[in-house]
Design a binder for this molecule. Structure first.
Ligand code: 0X9
Ligand code: ZN
Length: 429
């Protein structure tokens, strides 16, 4: 599509012209083996060489197909350098299996892919056709998220408070009234004297569950205080900050079914900066687009975006932060720095904690650059510039995609609850 921004009328017209629902040009074939797997087995299976991603076992097969100009592809790769090369080409990488890189390409990136030596096949039923994302109305919108954190911080006023830590790009332009909100939770004693932890959701707008997990965590901590001794101890002894939605401008588009990853910074033919390529540590390196046409566009300069500035300013001024977690979807991974280089991180304790998070969630733990090289990511900045151990969780499977039914949130929360509490504890270790 000419703009990454979602335009409901254009898409609705296209859907109408195409008979509302496109059918793939090959016969559907039920993947019985995959369907019968439990969620845990599915995670392991997707990380095995036997996993064959197809249209049928993907989340797009569960959605209305529509002509967007985007094409879902699987690219065969021989080594990790080729995965990083794809990221640099501007492919919107969704998942890396042992044999394929899965993700979406727009017309420009598809042309670049064709010009590369990499072999690829379509997952989309045809070029330029992919699914329309769905927004299950049970998910929080920006407004209902704000109402929720207003209400819960008011109800538990002795433990929690609500803070506006910055404006979104649209607010700086007078186009919308979206702020970046942080919930602060701490029990007895001076909060700033305690070890701190920062949780961030929704760098990427369409990754809907990544708003819900921070909200679940807020409710768990506040509602269990005084009832559950372990949670009471954590709330009393730690300084906990939770930002459920870093990208409200983008999220508004995702709420309309838009396949929106970046913020909505207007840039001409293509809009949006990838907030997870805009941080100022090693900004400008590999695995980030230099052109706004890419889904991993790094922005004009490091920290060009108000959303990343908000995290920079918040984390720089809270000197007691000792831990952080950024939630993304999907791929069932636990990642840690470095993202920008394959050089091994020299921080054995950080790696040990990452491996424990892997065991607790059932997700695969690895250094982020083992997946593919990316520069300007939040974890590299938090650890590289501020010395705050930083992790990324990628929740969900190939069949879940970015917009699983809300009922799946309970499963993701089951997988991530223990790991979040463990990380709060580790902030003080
Ligand atoms: O690409 C990203 O920003 C993250 N994946 S997502 O699918 N949620 O967009 C992962 C970043 C991890 N860092 C590196 N691979 N270096
Ligand atoms: Zn993401």
């Amino acid at each position: 599509m000419s703009k990454t921004r979602f335009r409901p009328f254009a898409l609705a017209t296209a859907a109408l012209l195409m008979g509302c629902s496109l059918q793939p040009n090959f016969a559907p074939r039920a993947n019985v083996a995959l369907q019968s797997q439990s969620a845990a087995n599915q995670k392991v299976f997707e990380q095995s060489a036997a996993f064959e991603p197809t249209y049928q076992n993907s989340f797009i097969s569960k959605r209305q197909l529509i002509k967007t100009g985007q094409t879902v592809v699987k690219v065969s790769y021989a080594n990790n350098d080729q995965v990083s090369q794809l990221s640099g080409l501007g492919m919107d990488i969704w998942m890396v299996t042992p044999r394929y890189v899965l993700g979406e390409v727009n017309e420009d990136v598809l042309a670049r892919l064709r010009g590369s030596r990499l072999a690829f096949e379509l997952i989309s039923p045809e070029v330029g056709v992919t699914s329309r994302n769905e927004f299950d109305p049970k998910y929080h919108t920006y407004e209902t998220m704000l109402a929720d954190i207003h209400a819960v911080t008011a109800k538990f006023g002795n433990l929690a408070s609500l803070h506006d830590i910055g404006d979104t790009w649209e607010k700086t332009q007078g186009k919308a009234n979206h702020d970046i909100w942080a919930v602060h939770i701490s029990g007895q004693g001076a909060a700033e004297a305690k070890p701190g932890i920062l949780f961030i959701g929704n760098h990427h707008a369409r990754e809907l569950v990544t708003v819900e997990i921070p909200l679940q965590l807020i409710h768990l901590l506040l509602e269990s205080y005084g009832k559950d001794p372990e949670i009471t101890r954590l709330v009393d002894s730690r300084d906990i900050w939770i930002v459920p939605m870093l990208n409200p401008d983008g999220h508004k588009l995702a709420e309309q079914g838009g396949d929106q990853r970046k913020n909505t910074h207007e840039l001409g033919r293509y809009d949006g900066v990838d907030l997870n390529r805009n941080y100022g540590f090693q900004w400008g390196g590999g695995g980030a687009d230099t052109s706004p046409s890419g889904e991993t566009y790094r922005g004009e300069k490091a920290f060009s975006e108000p959303e990343t500035q908000a995290i920079r300013d918040f984390a720089s001024s809270h000197k007691n932060l000792k831990m952080s977690m950024s939630y993304h979807s999907f791929s069932n991974l636990i990642l840690w720095p470095w993202g920008y280089t394959k050089q091994r991180i020299n921080a054995p304790k950080l790696v040990e904690i990452g491996n424990t998070l892997g065991k607790m969630t059932g997700y695969k733990p690895e250094q982020a650059s083992d997946l593919y090289i990316c520069s300007g990511v939040s974890d590299d900045f938090l650890f590289g510039s501020l010395n705050i151990p930083a992790y990324t969780t990628e929740m969900g499977s190939w069949g879940d995609g970015f917009d699983p039914p809300f009922s799946k949130v309970a499963d993701f929360w089951n997988e991530n609850r223990g790991a979040a509490l463990y990380l709060i504890d580790q902030a003080g270790k």
